[in-house]
Write a protein that binds this ligand. Structure first.
Ligand SMILES: [Zn+2]
Length: 284
C-alpha cells in the first residue's frame, strides 16, 4: 500500500513539474535570450529546454542542441521568432538525432544565419537531407579530432548513449574545460575518453528506463560515480522536464536532489547546480 501511495504521489509531482515547465517556458525563454544577448564579457550558459543550452564564452555565442519545448507537446512553435531570438549565434553543436534534441524545423529556420554548424558524422546525412543548412557552413565532428573557431576548441568523442550513435564534446573556452557527455545510458567510465579534470561537467540525469516513479531509482549511485570520475570542479545536472515523456521517464527536481544528496555524501564541497530554464549558469 505504501508503495502505491508513493507512486501516486510521484505521479502527481511529475504532473506539477510538467505544468510548471510548460507554463513558465515562454517567460523563461525570453529571460535566457535577453541575458545571453547582452554585450557582457561574463562566461555563462542558460538552459532553453531539457538539455538544450545557450552559452556565451569570451564574447562568442554558441548553443548545444537548440530546441523549442512546444515542439515536444504537439504545439507548433514559432520557429521564425525563435530563429530571430537566436540571431547572434556563432556556433551550434549537435549531439544526436533524438526527437528531444534534434529539430530540423528549428535548424532550417536558422539555416540562413551566419553559424558554424558542428555536426557528428553519424548525423551529417540527416542534417543535409532534413534541413537547408548550406554544406559549406558544416564542420563534421569525428571522435578525437579537435575543431577550433572563435576562441573555442571542441574535442568530440563517442557518447555512451548505447542505443543510438551519439557524440559528446569537451569544449575549452575562456580558459575553462567544459564537458558535455550528452545522453548517457551506460555509466561504465571505461567508455569515457575525457577523464582529465574538468571545470564544469554538464551531466544529463538518467536513472534507469521507466524508473522515475520509484522512490530510489536504481542507477543513482552509478550516475554519481560517473560524475565523480570526471573530477569536476562543478556539476550541472540537466535533462529534467522533458515534457514529451511519460511520467515513469520524466525526471524532476526530486531526482536531481537524490543525485545531489548522493554526491554530497561522497564529495561534500563539490558544487552541484540544477538549473531551471532561463536561470544563469556561471562558467567562471
Ligand atoms: Zn537521446
Amino acid at each position: 500500500m505504501a508503495e502505491q501511495a508513493s507512486v501516486a504521489l510521484f505521479r502527481a509531482e511529475v504532473e506539477a513539474a510538467r505544468t510548471h515547465a510548460v507554463g513558465s517556458h515562454a517567460e523563461r525563454w525570453a529571460r535566457a535570450i535577453a541575458a545571453w544577448r547582452e554585450d557582457a564579457q561574463t562566461n555563462r550558459a542558460w538552459l532553453l529546454f531539457a538539455t538544450s543550452l545557450l552559452c556565451r564564452t569570451g564574447g562568442t555565442r554558441w548553443a548545444v542542441d537548440p530546441f523549442l519545448l512546444p515542439e515536444r507537446i504537439g504545439q507548433k512553435p514559432d520557429y521564425a521568432a525563435a530563429a530571430a531570438d537566436l540571431t547572434p549565434l556563432d556556433v551550434v553543436f549537435l549531439t544526436h538525432g533524438h526527437a528531444d534534441h534534434f529539430s530540423p524545423q528549428l535548424l532550417t529556420a536558422l539555416a540562413h544565419h551566419n553559424i558554424a554548424w558542428v555536426v557528428p558524422d553519424h548525423l551529417h546525412e540527416r542534417l543535409l537531407s532534413e534541413t537547408s543548412i548550406p554544406p559549406n557552413r558544416i564542420r563534421v565532428a569525428r571522435a578525437g579530432e579537435a575543431l577550433e573557431f572563435l576562441g573555442i576548441r571542441a574535442t568530440p568523442f563517442t557518447g555512451a548513449h548505447v542505443s543510438v550513435p551519439a557524440t559528446g564534446y569537451l569544449i575549452e573556452a575562456a580558459g575553462k574545460r567544459l564537458l558535455f557527455p550528452g545522453d548517457t545510458r551506460s555509466y561504465d567510465t571505461s567508455l569515457q575518453p575525457c577523464l582529465d579534470a574538468v571545470d564544469v561537467l554538464f551531466a544529463n540525469l538518467w536513472l534507469g528506463r521507466a524508473t522515475a516513479l520509484q522512490e530510489h531509482p536504481p542507477l543513482t549511485d552509478a550516475l554519481v560515480r560517473f560524475c565523480l570520475a570526471h573530477q569536476p570542479a562543478r556539476i550541472v545536472l540537466m535533462h529534467l522536464h522533458e515534457v514529451g515523456r511519460s511520467p515513469d521517464d520524466y525526471w524532476t527536481p526530486r531526482h536531481a536532489q537524490l543525485v545531489a544528496d548522493a554526491i554530497a555524501r561522497e564529495a561534500p564541497r563539490l558544487p552541484v547546480t540544477v538549473p531551471d530554464t532561463g536561470d544563469p549558469i556561471e562558467l567562471g
